[in-house]
Design a protein around this ligand. Structure first.
Ligand SMILES: NC(=O)c1ccc[n+]([C@@H]2O[C@H](COP(=O)([O-])OP(=O)(O)OC[C@H]3O[C@@H](n4cnc5c(N)ncnc54)[C@H](O)[C@@H]3O)[C@@H](O)[C@H]2O)c1
Length: 262
């Protein structure tokens, strides 16, 4: 029970990584605010959290809408009494070749990932300063560390989240708030399952661990950064990717060939 008596707000908690984080935190004793674009998914996560015996606040909201987020974060803190933890998890990922990237696709990624993370972090920090304690965990991606193919808006937004993480970590340290990011590698979620099956299989083969990650593995990392014991970790990016960034493209190819006996 690492989060006994704490309150956590998780964005995009309707499915995938966000839902796994919300449920893991609830099992560790936290009351949860579920903020999610899809109302039905949000309700389902809320019911599951209630069944774990925790209090829950459910709100259908779009993180890229500044006014909605100001109101939602305030309502969540009022309903659950305070706010200790924010996980900026929600996200989208629409591939497009660089020469064909539309202005709309570019802006949507930047608005949801980068502006949404800032809006939620600022609103949450305004609650956290009242108690001089807080943990903010931003879900970035290895796509912000390595050039993703046909995903320039996504990669740029995720790199931006890492920059925002470092800046916010400095600005909020005086208030007892830490800000860190997680950079997941490919994780088996519905978002990734939109890829063609052979592309998914190949992606897994390019990881030293030779498999996709699980949502529970990201929830585990989020719990580590969100726990009271992690107060000395600030402005860090925790890569949780089965070793792909560490290996780099050349080493991974060598590894693959060695495994194949070539
Ligand atoms: N799955 C992966 O391989 C992977 C890898 C690296 C990083 N990530 C990141 O992890 C996060 C979660 O990814 P996932 O795979 O669980 O995706 P997912 O599509 O399964 O879940 C994302 C959730 O966010 C919600 N959402 C989308 N836009 C929103 C908005 N504007 N406001 C509020 N909620 C919104 C969706 O409705 C959905 O419930 C994303 O930020 C993603 O970029 C995922």
């Amino acid at each position: 029970m690492q989060l006994q008596g704490q309150v956590a707000l998780v964005t995009g908690a309707g499915r995938g990584i966000g839902k796994a984080i919300a449920l893991r935190f609830a099992r560790e004793g936290a009351d949860i605010a579920v903020v999610e674009l899809n109302g039905e998914w949000a309700q389902t996560t809320g019911e599951e959290i209630k069944r774990l015996g925790r209090r829950v606040f459910v709100k259908t909201a779009d993180v890229s809408d500044y006014e909605q987020i100001q109101a939602t974060v305030g309502e969540a803190a009022t309903a659950l009494g305070k706010l200790d933890i924010l996980v900026n998890n929600d996200g989208i990922g629409k591939g497009q070749r660089f020469l064909e990237i539309s202005k709309e696709n570019w802006e949507r990624h930047l608005n949801i990932h980068l502006s949404g993370t800032f809006y939620c972090a600022q609103a949450a920090a305004r609650e956290m300063v009242k108690q001089k304690y807080g943990r903010i965990v931003n879900i970035a991606s290895v796509a912000g560390l390595m050039g993703p193919i046909d995903l320039a808006p996504y990669g740029a937004a995720k790199a931006g989240i890492m920059g925002l993480t470092r800046a916010a970590a400095l600005d909020l340290a005086d208030y007892g708030i830490t800000v860190n990011a997680i950079a997941p590698g490919p994780i088996d979620t519905e978002l990734l399952r939109t890829w063609p099956a052979d592309a998914l299989r190949e992606r897994a083969q390019h990881l030293p661990v030779a498999r996709l990650g699980t949502v529970e593995e990201i929830a585990h990392a989020a719990l580590f950064l969100a726990s009271p014991d992690s107060g000395f970790i600030n402005g860090a990016v925790l890569v949780v990717d089965g070793g792909s960034v560490a290996a780099g493209a050349y080493m991974v190819e060598k590894y693959r060939r060695r495994k194949a006996g070539a």
